[in-house]
Design a protein around this ligand. Structure first.
Ligand code: ZN
Length: 214
Protein backbone atom coordinates (compact mmCIF):
# COMPACT_ATOMS: atom_id res chain seq x y z
CA UNK A 1 0.00 0.00 0.00
CA UNK A 2 1.39 3.35 -0.99
CA UNK A 3 0.52 6.26 1.22
CA UNK A 4 2.09 9.70 0.90
CA UNK A 5 4.34 9.17 3.95
CA UNK A 6 5.87 6.11 2.22
CA UNK A 7 7.32 8.34 -0.46
CA UNK A 8 9.23 10.51 2.00
CA UNK A 9 12.84 9.26 2.24
CA UNK A 10 13.43 7.06 5.27
CA UNK A 11 16.03 9.32 6.90
CA UNK A 12 13.69 12.27 6.61
CA UNK A 13 10.83 10.31 8.16
CA UNK A 14 13.05 9.26 11.06
CA UNK A 15 14.17 12.89 11.53
CA UNK A 16 10.53 13.95 11.73
CA UNK A 17 9.76 11.17 14.19
CA UNK A 18 12.65 12.28 16.42
CA UNK A 19 11.62 15.94 16.33
CA UNK A 20 9.27 15.29 19.26
CA UNK A 21 10.82 14.73 22.68
CA UNK A 22 10.14 11.57 24.65
CA UNK A 23 8.93 8.11 23.73
CA UNK A 24 7.84 7.49 20.15
CA UNK A 25 4.20 6.69 19.37
CA UNK A 26 3.65 2.95 18.89
CA UNK A 27 1.75 1.62 15.92
CA UNK A 28 -0.84 -1.09 16.56
CA UNK A 29 -1.83 -4.24 14.68
CA UNK A 30 -3.70 -3.32 11.53
CA UNK A 31 -1.06 -0.80 10.42
CA UNK A 32 0.46 -2.14 7.18
CA UNK A 33 4.04 -1.37 8.29
CA UNK A 34 3.73 -4.26 10.77
CA UNK A 35 3.00 -6.67 7.91
CA UNK A 36 5.77 -5.69 5.48
CA UNK A 37 9.25 -7.14 5.30
CA UNK A 38 11.66 -4.48 6.45
CA UNK A 39 14.57 -3.07 4.43
CA UNK A 40 17.96 -4.36 5.57
CA UNK A 41 19.88 -1.53 7.26
CA UNK A 42 22.59 -0.40 4.88
CA UNK A 43 23.45 3.12 5.93
CA UNK A 44 20.03 4.67 5.19
CA UNK A 45 20.48 6.60 8.46
CA UNK A 46 23.88 8.23 9.02
CA UNK A 47 25.69 7.16 12.21
CA UNK A 48 24.44 10.12 14.26
CA UNK A 49 20.82 9.63 13.16
CA UNK A 50 21.08 5.88 13.74
CA UNK A 51 22.35 6.49 17.28
CA UNK A 52 19.49 8.93 17.96
CA UNK A 53 16.96 6.46 16.54
CA UNK A 54 18.32 3.61 18.66
CA UNK A 55 18.19 5.82 21.75
CA UNK A 56 14.56 6.71 20.97
CA UNK A 57 13.72 3.00 20.58
CA UNK A 58 15.35 2.37 23.96
CA UNK A 59 13.39 5.11 25.69
CA UNK A 60 10.15 3.95 24.05
CA UNK A 61 10.74 0.32 25.06
CA UNK A 62 11.50 1.27 28.66
CA UNK A 63 8.54 3.62 28.92
CA UNK A 64 6.02 1.11 27.54
CA UNK A 65 7.45 -0.96 29.34
CA UNK A 66 8.55 -3.85 27.16
CA UNK A 67 11.50 -6.21 26.76
CA UNK A 68 11.97 -5.58 23.05
CA UNK A 69 10.96 -3.18 20.32
CA UNK A 70 11.32 -3.43 16.56
CA UNK A 71 11.56 -0.43 14.22
CA UNK A 72 8.24 -1.21 12.43
CA UNK A 73 6.49 -0.78 15.79
CA UNK A 74 7.29 2.92 15.55
CA UNK A 75 6.38 2.96 11.87
CA UNK A 76 9.89 2.57 10.44
CA UNK A 77 10.42 -0.30 7.99
CA UNK A 78 14.09 -0.90 8.77
CA UNK A 79 15.63 -4.17 9.95
CA UNK A 80 16.56 -2.89 13.42
CA UNK A 81 15.33 -3.90 16.90
CA UNK A 82 16.35 -3.38 20.50
CA UNK A 83 16.01 -5.76 23.44
CA UNK A 84 16.48 -5.45 27.21
CA UNK A 85 15.00 -7.46 30.05
CA UNK A 86 15.80 -6.78 33.71
CA UNK A 87 13.67 -9.89 34.45
CA UNK A 88 12.02 -8.78 37.69
CA UNK A 89 10.27 -12.11 38.27
CA UNK A 90 10.02 -14.59 41.16
CA UNK A 91 12.65 -17.32 41.32
CA UNK A 92 10.28 -20.15 40.29
CA UNK A 93 9.20 -18.17 37.22
CA UNK A 94 12.82 -17.41 36.32
CA UNK A 95 13.71 -21.10 36.52
CA UNK A 96 10.63 -22.42 34.66
CA UNK A 97 10.86 -19.92 31.81
CA UNK A 98 14.61 -19.44 31.66
CA UNK A 99 13.99 -15.76 32.21
CA UNK A 100 17.54 -14.60 32.80
CA UNK A 101 18.30 -10.87 32.74
CA UNK A 102 19.17 -9.63 29.26
CA UNK A 103 21.25 -6.45 28.98
CA UNK A 104 20.35 -3.77 26.43
CA UNK A 105 21.25 -4.84 22.92
CA UNK A 106 20.77 -3.44 19.45
CA UNK A 107 20.04 -5.97 16.70
CA UNK A 108 20.82 -4.77 13.19
CA UNK A 109 19.79 -7.06 10.31
CA UNK A 110 19.16 -9.99 12.68
CA UNK A 111 18.22 -13.48 11.52
CA UNK A 112 17.75 -16.60 13.60
CA UNK A 113 17.82 -20.32 13.10
CA UNK A 114 16.83 -23.01 15.60
CA UNK A 115 19.49 -24.78 17.66
CA UNK A 116 18.16 -28.28 18.38
CA UNK A 117 14.54 -29.38 18.19
CA UNK A 118 13.33 -28.39 21.67
CA UNK A 119 10.39 -26.01 21.87
CA UNK A 120 9.07 -23.98 24.78
CA UNK A 121 5.52 -22.61 25.11
CA UNK A 122 4.64 -19.66 27.34
CA UNK A 123 2.33 -16.67 27.36
CA UNK A 124 3.73 -13.60 25.66
CA UNK A 125 2.37 -10.27 24.54
CA UNK A 126 3.25 -7.47 22.14
CA UNK A 127 3.24 -3.68 22.49
CA UNK A 128 1.54 -3.53 19.08
CA UNK A 129 -1.30 -5.80 20.25
CA UNK A 130 -2.20 -4.08 23.51
CA UNK A 131 -4.38 -5.72 26.12
CA UNK A 132 -3.82 -9.37 25.20
CA UNK A 133 -1.47 -12.29 25.70
CA UNK A 134 -1.31 -15.75 24.17
CA UNK A 135 0.80 -18.88 24.41
CA UNK A 136 3.40 -19.26 21.69
CA UNK A 137 5.52 -22.37 21.18
CA UNK A 138 8.97 -21.20 20.09
CA UNK A 139 12.43 -22.66 19.61
CA UNK A 140 13.99 -23.10 23.04
CA UNK A 141 17.33 -22.08 21.62
CA UNK A 142 18.30 -20.09 18.53
CA UNK A 143 21.44 -18.88 16.81
CA UNK A 144 21.17 -15.18 16.05
CA UNK A 145 23.32 -13.57 13.36
CA UNK A 146 23.47 -9.98 12.16
CA UNK A 147 25.28 -6.86 13.35
CA UNK A 148 25.28 -4.52 16.30
CA UNK A 149 24.78 -0.75 16.08
CA UNK A 150 28.46 -0.25 15.26
CA UNK A 151 28.37 -2.74 12.39
CA UNK A 152 30.23 -5.45 14.29
CA UNK A 153 29.18 -8.98 13.37
CA UNK A 154 26.83 -10.70 15.76
CA UNK A 155 26.73 -14.50 15.98
CA UNK A 156 25.38 -15.75 19.25
CA UNK A 157 23.22 -18.50 20.72
CA UNK A 158 20.29 -17.39 22.88
CA UNK A 159 18.31 -19.73 25.12
CA UNK A 160 15.35 -19.42 27.48
CA UNK A 161 13.46 -16.12 27.61
CA UNK A 162 16.11 -14.15 25.73
CA UNK A 163 15.65 -16.67 22.85
CA UNK A 164 11.90 -15.90 22.92
CA UNK A 165 12.56 -12.16 22.83
CA UNK A 166 14.94 -12.31 19.86
CA UNK A 167 12.52 -14.55 17.91
CA UNK A 168 9.59 -12.21 18.62
CA UNK A 169 11.53 -9.10 17.58
CA UNK A 170 13.15 -10.66 14.51
CA UNK A 171 9.73 -11.93 13.42
CA UNK A 172 8.49 -8.30 13.50
CA UNK A 173 11.18 -7.47 10.93
CA UNK A 174 9.67 -10.09 8.60
CA UNK A 175 6.12 -8.77 9.03
CA UNK A 176 5.14 -11.55 11.44
CA UNK A 177 3.21 -10.93 14.66
CA UNK A 178 3.28 -13.33 17.61
CA UNK A 179 -0.42 -14.02 17.05
CA UNK A 180 0.50 -15.71 13.75
CA UNK A 181 2.31 -18.37 15.79
CA UNK A 182 0.09 -18.41 18.88
CA UNK A 183 -2.28 -21.05 20.22
CA UNK A 184 -5.43 -19.03 19.61
CA UNK A 185 -7.39 -20.90 22.28
CA UNK A 186 -4.95 -19.46 24.82
CA UNK A 187 -5.74 -15.84 23.88
CA UNK A 188 -6.33 -14.02 27.16
CA UNK A 189 -6.90 -10.43 28.14
CA UNK A 190 -4.15 -9.05 30.36
CA UNK A 191 -6.65 -9.11 33.22
CA UNK A 192 -7.50 -12.79 32.67
CA UNK A 193 -3.84 -13.72 32.23
CA UNK A 194 -2.94 -12.02 35.52
CA UNK A 195 -5.91 -13.52 37.34
CA UNK A 196 -5.78 -17.11 36.05
CA UNK A 197 -2.52 -17.79 34.21
CA UNK A 198 0.30 -16.36 36.29
CA UNK A 199 1.71 -19.86 36.99
CA UNK A 200 5.33 -20.39 35.99
CA UNK A 201 4.28 -22.73 33.14
CA UNK A 202 1.34 -22.80 30.71
CA UNK A 203 0.20 -26.30 31.80
CA UNK A 204 -2.94 -25.26 33.68
CA UNK A 205 -3.97 -22.85 30.92
CA UNK A 206 -3.54 -25.63 28.32
CA UNK A 207 -5.84 -27.96 30.27
CA UNK A 208 -8.47 -25.34 31.09
CA UNK A 209 -8.57 -23.55 27.73
CA UNK A 210 -8.06 -26.62 25.56
CA UNK A 211 -4.81 -26.39 23.61
CA UNK A 212 -1.74 -28.58 23.28
CA UNK A 213 1.74 -27.86 24.53
CA UNK A 214 4.84 -29.09 22.66
ZN1 ZN B 1 5.89 -7.34 19.44
Amino acid sequence: MDTPSDRVPLAERVERLLAEEGPLPLVAAGHPVLRRRTEPYDGQLDPVLLARFVQALRVTMRTAPGVGLAAPQVGVGLRIAVIEDPAPVPEEVRVARGREPQPFRVLVNPRYEPVGAERAAFFEGCLSVPGYQAVVARHASVRLTGQDEDGRALDEVFTGWPARIVQHETDHLDGTLYLDRAEMRSLSSNEAAARYWAQPTAGEAARALGFDLP
